[in-house]
Design a protein around this ligand. Structure first.
Ligand code: MN
Length: 290
């Protein structure tokens, strides 16, 4: 009886968090994106070789190094770049990363999901739109160089990218196990790190997503597929290699490495590639709230 009550409360808590998250997205104008769950087909990618990259955080030079390394590993084949969110903020060249991605996307050679930092940028933009006297916080001063079109570009990014022919699913942060993609909270997709209270019930699995990595267990350790998930957002844990999930945030902006996964040959396992950061760009706490 107590267990049933506890499970019902967990479910209620999860439903409340989904509703709150949705209201938040509506307030930010983020529900206007054409799709929250993008599917990339073989026709979209063509003869290109897919490279999925972890948190870039404005490390433009390292991104170019990683793409060049991928191209070399793929024997000169053209790269299709998939970014796992948090492309901007914290690092030195956010605008350069944004313009590079926009250009590749215009040519049909890239896709990206939103991370919590893209959401935070859009929150700043929303503040600017609502109040012409709003002054950007110090760490967001660089947004003064962004155009309305740049913000619109960020706004239309999805929260997940599925690549069925690679059995790959890309999200920024994580997923709750046992719940179909379209029923996952968009907030969790770009914010969660852990899960707790995972219980299997007759009508499905219940679990609670946690943003702080101090309670519960890493969500990726509970993920059983069917898709292999590539994610970022967790530079404290660094590279995570689990049977059905790979964590790619290796803390480039903290002076560590920028990591990607290259699908250069369908017959062999995807290959991990990384380049070393030229220096440490950000000295704040790791995994701090945006
Ligand atoms: Mn993040």
């Amino acid at each position: 009886m107590a267990a049933l009550l506890f499970n019902s409360l967990s479910l209620l808590r999860e439903v409340c968090s989904i509703i709150t998250a949705h209201i938040r997205l509506v307030l930010l104008g983020l529900t206007s994106a054409p799709t929250q769950h993008l599917v990339l087909t073989g026709a979209d990618i063509g003869a290109r070789v897919v490279l999925i990259v972890g948190d870039i955080h404005g490390c433009y030079d390292e991104l170019l190094d990683l793409v060049a390394a991928a191209k070399e590993a793929a024997h000169g084949a053209e790269i299709y770049l998939v970014c796992g969110g948090d492309m901007l903020n914290k690092g030195p060249k956010s605008l350069e990363v944004l313009l590079y991605l926009k250009d590749l996307m215009r040519q049909g050679k890239a896709a990206a999901v939103k991370g919590n930092h893209e959401e935070a940028i859009l929150q700043q933009y929303s503040n600017l739109c609502k109040d012409s006297n709003y002054s950007l916080p110090k760490k967001y001063q660089y947004l003064k160089d962004f155009s309305d079109e740049d913000f619109a570009f960020l706004q239309q990014l999805p929260y997940s990218i599925s690549i069925p022919h690679l059995n790959a699913l890309v999200v920024h942060a994580g997923l709750l196990p046992g719940i179909p993609l379209h029923r996952q909270s968009l907030y969790n997709l770009c914010q969660m790190r852990n899960v707790e209270n995972a219980v299997s019930l007759p009508w499905g699995q219940v679990a609670t997503a946690i943003r702080k990595p101090t309670h519960g267990v890493p969500w990726a350790s509970t993920w059983k597929g069917p898709q292999h998930v590539y994610f970022g957002h967790d530079c404290r844990r660094g590279l995570q290699q689990l049977p059905m999930a790979t964590g790619l945030d290796t803390g480039c902006v903290y002076g560590k490495t920028l990591t990607g996964v290259l699908f250069h040959n369908m017959k062999i396992k995807p290959k991990l590639l990384s380049v070393t950061a030229k220096r440490q760009y950000y000295f704040g706490k790791q995994a701090e709230p945006s």
